[in-house]
Design a protein around this ligand. Structure first.
Ligand code: TRP
Length: 334
């Protein structure tokens, strides 16, 4: 008898352009997981409505984020890829689950409090119930593993709480999902200006996007911050230099890394050369992904086909869970 593969769910936000931080933090994890698990990866388009995006941008953003993920190695033959809004079962279970979610606990969620601070003019109910919707994204597929970063830990804890609460009141239905990453050393890609992580919206010149042109990448690397410091024994390596070495480890050959490490240690390193080399290696890494993503984005028929096939599979699995939830709640009249 073959053992059923464990179910994995993750949501991808359709905002901003994907960058190296997304690639090494999340996408690489997905690519590995699709080999081992039964993966459902979706574009979280309903979630994105909390900030009222322009309707004419939505489709392009969804297609772009899917194209970039597929170009990076997500395989629609292996993982189920879909748009959240193509699975209406999620909306119904969300309604049902809202009855078990307390306003008090939702108001305490740190990500909600952040949003209240950031957009006090738009504190809508969708924002408050974001964790309920996210929990349902996961629970409706009966997922046990969720590849997310630390910032989503609280949301996952809520998903477990809602699962328990439902199971306790109505009968066993939902497994309790846990966060999952290979090893626990989630790579954090620092921005090139030394001010925090690479990010979707801030510091564009310090972030390498998967759709940056070769020239743009070279230019950004040239401008990367380098504090002086050159391997004087006993002195720690400046953070900005550590950061360049970290980036090299992601995209350069072992020989290249070794030669710059040696140059650092014997104090002959020239950071200009290091940044030029890193720029070239980064171009080699990003260019094929960028070009493939651009090609996929032009082939909207292909992306639409993937979305439809994915939605069918996601709906079939979700419908089973929803059917059981209705029955357990007592909503089975016929
Ligand atoms: N909240 C996640 C984020 O901000 C996106 C997300 C929505 C998600 N639903 C999910 C992640 C379900 C994992 C599982 O990145």
């Amino acid at each position: 008898m073959t053992k059923e593969k464990e179910i994995v769910v993750s949501g991808i936000r359709p905002t901003g352009n994907l960058h190296l931080g997304n690639y090494f933090g999340a996408i690489r994890n997905y690519i590995r997981m699709q080999e081992e698990f039964n993966c459902y990866f979706f574009v979280a388009d309903w979630h994105s409505l909390t900030t009222h995006p322009d309707p004419k941008d939505l489709k392009g953003n969804v297609i772009r984020v899917l194209a970039e993920n597929i170009a990076s190695g997500l395989d629609p033959e292996k993982a189920t890829l879909y748009a959240q809004s193509d699975v209406p079962e999620i909306a119904e279970l969300y309604l049902l689950m809202n009855m078990l979610a307390y306003v008090g606990e939702l108001e305490k969620v740190p990500t909600f409090k952040d949003k209240v601070r950031q957009q006090p003019q738009n504190v809508n109910a969708g924002l408050l119930t974001y964790p309920v919707l996210m929990s349902v994204d996961i629970l409706i597929q009966r997922a046990v593993k969720v590849p997310v970063g630390k910032d989503q830990g609280q949301h996952l804890e809520m998903a477990r709480n809602f699962a328990q609460r439902f199971n306790h009141r109505y009968g066993d239905l939902f497994p309790e999902p846990v966060a999952f990453n290979y090893g626990d050393n989630l790579i954090r890609i620092q921005s090139l200006d030394g001010k925090g992580k690479m990010s979707k919206s801030e510091n564009e010149m310090a972030t390498i996007y998967l759709n940056d042109s070769d020239e743009k990448i070279r230019q950004k690397l040239k401008k990367a911050k380098t504090d002086s410091g050159s391997g004087i024994p006993g002195e720690p390596m400046p953070e900005s230099i550590q950061n360049l070495f970290e980036l090299m480890k992601l995209v350069s050959t072992p020989d290249t890394i070794k030669s710059f490490e040696e140059a650092y240690n014997n104090q002959s390193i020239r950071y200009g050369d290091m940044k030029t080399q890193l720029g070239e290696d980064m171009v080699k890494f990003v260019a094929p992904i960028r070009d493939k993503a651009a090609e996929l984005q032009r082939d909207t028929t292909y992306i639409e086909k993937i979305m439809k096939t994915g939605a069918e599979k996601a709906r079939a699995n979700a419908a089973q869970t929803l059917q059981q939830a209705r029955k357990l709640i007592g909503l089975n009249y016929y």
